[in-house]
Design a protein around this ligand. Sequence first.
Ligand SMILES: *Cc1c(COP(=O)(O)O)cnc(C)c1O
Ligand code: SF4
Length: 383
Amino acid sequence: MSNVPASISSADPASAVRAGAGASAEQWADWRWHMRHRVTTLAQLSRWVRVTPDEAKAVNDSRGKYRWSVTPYYASLMDPDDPTCPIRQQAVPALGEFLDFADADVDPVGDMFYRKTNRVVHKYPDRVIMMITESCPVYCRHCTRKFHTTDVNGTYFRDNEGGSFEEDLRYIADHPEIRDVLLTGGDPLSYRDTKLEEIISQLRSIPTVEIIRIGSRFPVLLPQRITDELCEMLSRYHPIWLNTHFNHPREITDESAAAVDRLLRHGIPVGNQTVLLKGINDSIPTMRKLMTELLRIRVRPYYLYHCDNVTGVSHFMTTIEKGWEIMEGLQGHITGFGVPQYVLTTKIGKIPIAKPAYTETGDGLRLRNYKGQEMTYPQRSQS
Ligand SMILES: *Cc1c(COP(=O)(O)O)cnc(C)c1O
Ligand code: SF4
């Protein structure tokens, strides 16, 4: 079965995709249907793409090692003929995941070092992350927490995921300097609304918690999850912020734009964190398109992460020179608020590593603009 049967040439192209997945319009719009029908076998994958021998081997080798699952929605974005398709590379296992890279680490950013309770990681003075789940709708091959989310034998949880939240919430309440709590995982929106509301309302009852942030890739991997009911529930606990994770312009679809619109209409600002990935988005035209398309759907680019040397992810690493080249291809060419901050995530925190657009000389600052034009800006004493 092909994902777009030739017999269907509807004015509504989405209907052909749905037909390929065997879904009615109602089922396709229902996030639970997608979760139940995730692609987890080669036979299911071959309904969407012409599976290559390398992909088949990587899927087989993943067994007992790495989780693999793709929502039908995200699978529908894959190019059936091109194994280098950016969606496909993020979603389908690759042999690179099994290569050994020098200095690769399951936790290069030291989440475990800064962990204070089962779920709370306290690394910065005024904010914490709360890892509330290890589940995700799609197990992104490049996940920076691959050991936690995707590794079948790995997890950062000391107790299991289902354990009580009491100790985690008490830690936050006992540390009034924490005014910003970022729910992450895994993907926090994997929980049903009632469980999420229980967690968020308990956080809200801590007076020193000012903002609650959610890190979720559902707007990209399964935008149907962003229902009006979910947004309505979240909006009762404002201020709520959400950061998502678009990596390629092809991920910006009518469905993802509609999900973002629902969040925004409920007063939830949406930001984006992109990971710089070799062979996926490591080019200026791709990144420029991604950032401008994000602005078009009113998502604010926040971070561009350099890909860390994470075990099972290292094959996606690029060089910092490549990151600089991309940043120079953004800065000045598009509006400043379309330019994310380029950061390295390390054991000592997120470190901005963009190259300054100036050098200091004896005569002042030597400035360089996006066209490569230069001038000297004399530094004068203010006193
Ligand atoms: C990324 C991160 C945060 C949030 O950082 P921001 O720069 O505020 O977005 C907080 N805690 C930990 C442990 C993190 O890794
Ligand atoms: S959704 Fe986020 S946490 Fe989950 S696998 Fe993808 S990158 Fe990792």
